[in-house]
Ligand binder design. Structure first.
Ligand SMILES: C[S@@+](CC[C@H](N)C(=O)[O-])C[C@H]1O[C@@H](n2cnc3c(N)ncnc32)[C@H](O)[C@@H]1O
Length: 288
């Protein structure tokens, strides 16, 4: 083998040992994440800390709790915004909510909700469609500090112009300023939007299902996972949805190559909206 290949293989081994150390120490399991993403993030951590190798990063994170936390937060990408991909929210209004309106009560799960903007965007849409009071909304993320921001619902004022434009493109029926109160340099979402919303930590890799959901939003999360992990998490969603429940992914994500693709029908291929088909009867059930 050439020296370059040996070096790359050794580096991959060091990276695996680093992820193993994180898992052994905390239970956070990044071992199945997409390797290109993890490599980029760990290189960033290593360079920022002025360390030469991933083994040095491993040693330091084992012994230095503060450094450990900084590595964890570097591994999670929390970029988000209100009404991200406005066309997606239009599609939800037009293709998902008319079905959900026929139910007396709906359960909604935002998996990987980051700092909450996606949750409050949907809360606005549900309120405008007259459905907010009969919705129970679960909003989860692996990252507790980010969840705390979500719970507070306070965002920088300078993001509001962009959020307002997104809201309008998403078919907003009102004025976006009705949904927040502005302070000197921040805005706080109004308390009414937080009603029926439960924020809690949940790790899609290691934690269990949320039962009988009518719609699950998991947008821009699977993109960071390797193929096996994506399949595992899609099975978790399948088991968490009621028959006819909807699964909404990010625009760069898809069920197309998933081993569970047949369990869903495609509602909107462009906006990545899927619907769980009723389970086929088992041979035993058919024989009864
Ligand atoms: C890029 S943000 C997406 C936020 C939002 N869904 C959106 O589309 O704007 C990805 C989020 O997934 C979360 N995440 C990553 N791995 C996770 C896991 N194993 N379980 C739960 N959340 C996870 C991260 O903490 C981060 O907040």
């Amino acid at each position: 083998m050439t020296t370059d290949l040996v070096r790359m293989e050794n580096e991959r081994l060091e990276m695996r040992l680093l992820l193993e150390a994180i898992y052994q120490k905390s239970g956070y399991d990044f071992r199945g994440y997409a390797s290109a993403h993890i490599k980029r993030r760990l290189e960033h951590v290593r360079n920022r800390a002025g360390l030469a190798t991933f083994c040095e990063v491993t040693h330091r994170l084992i012994w230095d709790a503060e450094f450990f936390d900084s590595v964890l937060s570097a591994l999670s990408i929390n970029v988000t915004e209100m009404f991200r991909d406005p066309g997606f929210y239009r599609a939800v209004r037009e293709q998902v909510l008319p079905v959900l309106k026929t139910y007396p009560f709906i359960k909604v799960w935002h998996a990987g909700c980051a700092a909450g903007q996606e949750v409050y965007s949907m809360a606005i849409v549900l309120a405008e469609e007259g459905m907010k009071d009969r919705a129970q909304i679960y909003a989860t993320d692996i990252n507790p500090p980010v969840l705390e921001i979500a719970r507070r619902g306070i965002y920088p004022l300078d993001a509001v112009r962009h959020y307002t434009a997104n809201y309008q493109k998403a078919g907003g029926a009102s004025s976006f300023s009705e949904y927040y109160t502005a302070d000197y340099d921040s805005v706080a979402v109004k308390t009414a939007l937080k009603q029926n919303v439960l924020f809690s930590p949940h790790n899609l890799v290691t934690d269990g299902i949320f039962g009988e959901m009518h719609v699950i939003f998991c947008r821009n999360v699977l993109i960071y996972f390797g193929d096996d992990l994506q399949n595992k998490v899609i099975k978790l969603f399948l088991d968490s949805l009621c028959n006819g429940g909807f699964l909404c992914l990010g625009t760069k994500e898809s069920l197309r190559f998933s081993e569970h693709a047949d369990a869903f029908e495609v509602v909107d291929a462009r906006e990545k909206i899927y619907r769980k088909r009723p389970a086929l009867p088992t041979p035993e059930a058919e024989a009864e």
